[in-house]
Design a protein around this ligand. Structure first.
Ligand code: CA
Ligand code: CA
Length: 237
């Protein structure tokens, strides 16, 4: 009898401690798993314009140039509910009087390559800033500078900030200015050839209201061009 009772006591003790252990384990794994990892990921609703040229020419004499993928880009995944949040949003530019087109055309939804769809800004380092109207979680920024002919735009830097003057919580999400011509810091990303796919930049859910894009001329001339900027995200919690 006495032995039985001891066994029962020992048995419930073991059950209790394994329950405690399981709870502890669950608690630990819950704290280390980020909330986002549990969200369902789906391709962002990105619509591409018609290409004006096939493939990518190999004869561009540009240093530090990324090798073309040779196939369509894989769909970009983000949490379900992430949508295009930049269409029709206000844009400001360092060159307030573009020589071709209007600043508003950067977020008008027209991504065509042809004349009448791109905006031409002055030479040298220029920037354009999209105001999303409120803080958003940003997952992707896609930019089309010019895709009528294959071109490489220089010193492409993309930044996020909380304020329009880019003084508060400034983060750089893309920078291929490897020798710091722009004075924004040297970047490690490579030069790339513009295509109808645009350049897709992973913003990893960073919170910001403003998106700023710099460029500093291109391999054909000193001017800066922009067809469209698209930002995919959702309102910040
Ligand atoms: Ca446009
Ligand atoms: Ca540079």
């Amino acid at each position: 009898m006495k032995t039985n009772r001891i066994w029962i006591w020992a048995g419930s003790g073991a059950v209790l401690s394994s329950c405690l252990f399981a709870l502890l384990f669950l608690g630990v794994s819950m704290t280390v798993t980020p909330v986002q990892a549990q969200e369902k990921l789906v391709p962002i609703p990105l619509e591409l314009p018609k290409p004006m040229f096939e493939g990518t020419p190999q004869n561009l004499k540009v240093p530090n140039l990324e090798k073309p993928l040779g196939k369509p880009r894989e769909p970009f995944l983000a949490p379900a509910g992430v949508v295009l949040i930049s269409k029709g949003k206000k844009v400001a530019a360092s060159d307030k009087e573009p020589t071709i087109g209007e600043i508003e055309m950067l977020t008008d939804g027209d991504k065509s390559a042809g004349d009448g769809s791109f905006v031409e800004f002055g030479p040298g380092l220029q920037n354009e800033t999209v105001d999303l109207g409120a803080a958003h979680e940003i997952f992707a920024v896609v930019v089309w500078h010019f895709h009528k002919t294959p071109r490489v735009y220089f010193d492409v830097v993309v930044q996020l900030a909380d304020d329009r003057d880019f003084t508060s919580n400034v983060r750089t999400i893309f920078n291929n200015d490897h020798d710091n011509t722009s004075g924004l810091g040297a970047g490690k990303q490579m030069n790339y050839v513009e295509t109808s796919e645009g350049k897709l930049i992973d913003a990893k859910g960073a919170k910001a209201r403003y998106v700023r894009l710099y460029s500093n001329g291109n391999n054909a001339n000193e001017l800066n061009h922009m067809v469209e900027v698209e930002v995919f995200g959702r309102p910040a919690k």
